[in-house]
Design a binder for this molecule. Structure first.
Ligand code: SAH
Ligand code: F3S
Length: 485
């Protein structure tokens, strides 16, 4: 999921509305996936109860927390640079405490405290509720660590504070962990086994967001299609559930429908889908409700059957095509995006060509593409030699990116001349005279501000485009816009 967060937001200090009574200052920044950004909102909520307000001035902070990503080596290097920076500031402000959260905390555990001596506090993704105790330990001059992974923790009972929010779009997490064990991926090790959050608490959070004026919610999980609530516990233990739990279980299609019905004026998105778990009932629910966005992020990683097998992706190229055909048949105007990895161990030129031809078949709207990065502890690292030279990985990656750019341009060009509904999120990065928002297919559109405001649903006539952005002019409010003036 790492890539879906706007690059410009990576590492940006997160600030929330301040509580007047709080006296301590927290500087918290996040790297990596949407789930990390969402988790930081949970952490800020827990710490607000401990007397902390957030600050975006590193130098002012009493506590500095960095929520980290381990997905590729480069992500870890970025965090290390930040830790060096914090430590330089700590030399001037010795009272400042530094903590590392998230996937790197989980992966490197006590190493951070013992060998690297760069932090005072190490907290894994399932241990944030222990932060008050851990901070007490730090105050008493001890290093503090909790990296225990949980079978139950979903933070369903914590109302996240919304950090750096535009007040329009929000993330709501619905599952934690992942059981898929793709051989290249570190997530099952850093985030533990998959568990689903109580649907009641999800709907309550959605309703609360609607009350606060939010207009779009993205349901988050490493693998949302495998959401399954049967009263708590791990997904893999569902077999042991009682008969009543089994018949009353809520799956992802049910949850999506509950959300769509609970707030018919709110848009719903979800991320990430996994081809092996995406079922037709999810696609049918998407088609049934206008307020479920017509967009699926459907990572495939490779177009080659032998590489898919080596990656332990539980589907073939042919099954993926069948899924794409079904999606396009049920939702003809669907927006699709991909994740691809170039240079997985053993990848031949023919395998790479299979990836390009798969892309040609689907013609994704956009994608997130990476060169394979071996992650310690994963099955691929233990069993397969990282044998594709960096030059080859990079060249194949560039070919994948070039093809994606062509397809993105094909997709955006197809919208020129049409009128599409946009939810206004913020000012355009390039011009403060323009608004920026997204279509239901998740494509960014920009247009002159006129009298419209952030949070409005407007119809925009698209007159031009780049490969990534639609350009147009508003022609009025859309039907979804509440008519209370
Ligand atoms: N299911 C998750 C996937 C998380 S990882 C989700 O919610 O998106 C995000 C993407 O990072 C993966 O889809 C994959 O394309 C890429 N990735 C994961 N491990 C990688 C590795 N070892 N090297 C290169 N890219 C990797
Ligand atoms: Fe990683 Fe595969 Fe899960 S990419 S997060 S193990 S679906």
């Amino acid at each position: 999921m790492e890539k879906i967060i706007d690059e410009s937001k990576q590492g940006e200090a997160l600030v929330l509305d301040q509580n007047q009574q709080n006296t301590k200052k927290l500087f918290i920044e996040s790297y990596g996936c949407q789930m990390n950004f969402s988790d930081s909102e949970i952490v800020a909520s827990i710490l607000a109860d401990q007397g902390y307000n957030t600050t975006n001035e590193l130098e002012d902070a009493d506590l500095v927390l960095v929520n980290t990503c381990s997905i590729r080596d480069k992500a870890e290097q970025t965090v290390r640079k930040r830790l060096e920076k914090y430590n330089a500031v700590k030399k001037i402000n010795p009272g400042m405490k530094i903590g590392v959260l998230g996937c790197m905390a989980e992966r490197l555990k006590a190493k951070f405290l013992e060998e690297e001596k760069m932090v005072d506090l190490v907290v894994g993704p399932d241990a944030y509720k222990d932060l008050p105790n851990l901070l007490d330990e730090v105050e008493e001059g001890r290093d503090a660590i909790n990296v225990i992974l949980s079978k139950e923790e979903t933070y369903g009972d914590i109302a996240p504070v919304r950090l750096n929010s535009n007040g329009v779009t929000a993330f709501v997490s619905i599952t934690r962990g992942c059981d898929n064990m793709c051989t290249f991926c570190v997530v099952p090790f850093t985030r533990g086994r998959e568990r689903s959050r109580d649907p009641q608490s999800i709907i309550e959070e959605v309703n609360d967001l609607a009350l606060k004026g939010f207009k779009e919610v993205t349901l988050l999980g490493q693998n949302v299609d495998s959401y399954l609530w049967y009263g708590g516990g791990l997904k893999k233990d569902f077999d042991k559930a009682t008969d009543i739990q089994k018949v009353t279980a809520v799956n992802f299609a049910n949850l999506l429908e509950l959300c769509a019905k609970a707030q018919p004026k709110m848009r719903f998105r979800f991320s990430t889908s996994n081809p092996q778990d995406m079922t037709l009932d999810v696609i049918e629910v998407m088609a049934k409700y206008d307020n479920i966005c017509k967009y699926i992020h459907l990572p495939v990683q490779s177009g080659s059957n032998s590489i898919l097998k080596a990656m332990n992706r539980q589907h073939t190229r042919e099954e993926y095509f069948e899924l794409i055909d079904n999606i396009k048949q049920i939702i003809p105007d669907i927006g699709l995006s991909q994740d691809m990895i170039s240079g997985f161990p053993g990848e031949t030129e023919a395998d790479h060509q299979d990836t390009l031809s798969l892309m040609e078949y689907v013609k994704y709207d956009f994608g997130f593409m990476f060169a394979y990065s071996e992650r310690p502890g994963t099955l691929a690292a233990r069993k397969l030699e990282d044998d594709i030279p960096l030059e080859t990985k990079k060249r194949r990656l560039q070919e994948i990116i070039n093809l994606q750019q062509k397809h993105s341009a094909y997709r955006t060009n197809a919208v020129v001349g049409k009128t599409v509904e946009i939810l206004i999120e913020k000012a355009s990065k390039k011009s403060d005279q323009h608004w920026s928002g997204r279509t239901t297919q998740n494509t960014v559109a920009v247009f002159p501000k006129e009298h419209y405001k952030v949070g409005d649903f407007v119809n925009v006539k698209i007159t031009d485009c780049t490969s990534t952005t639609l350009i147009g002019e508003a022609v009025g409010y859309s039907d979804n816009q509440p008519q209370t003036i």
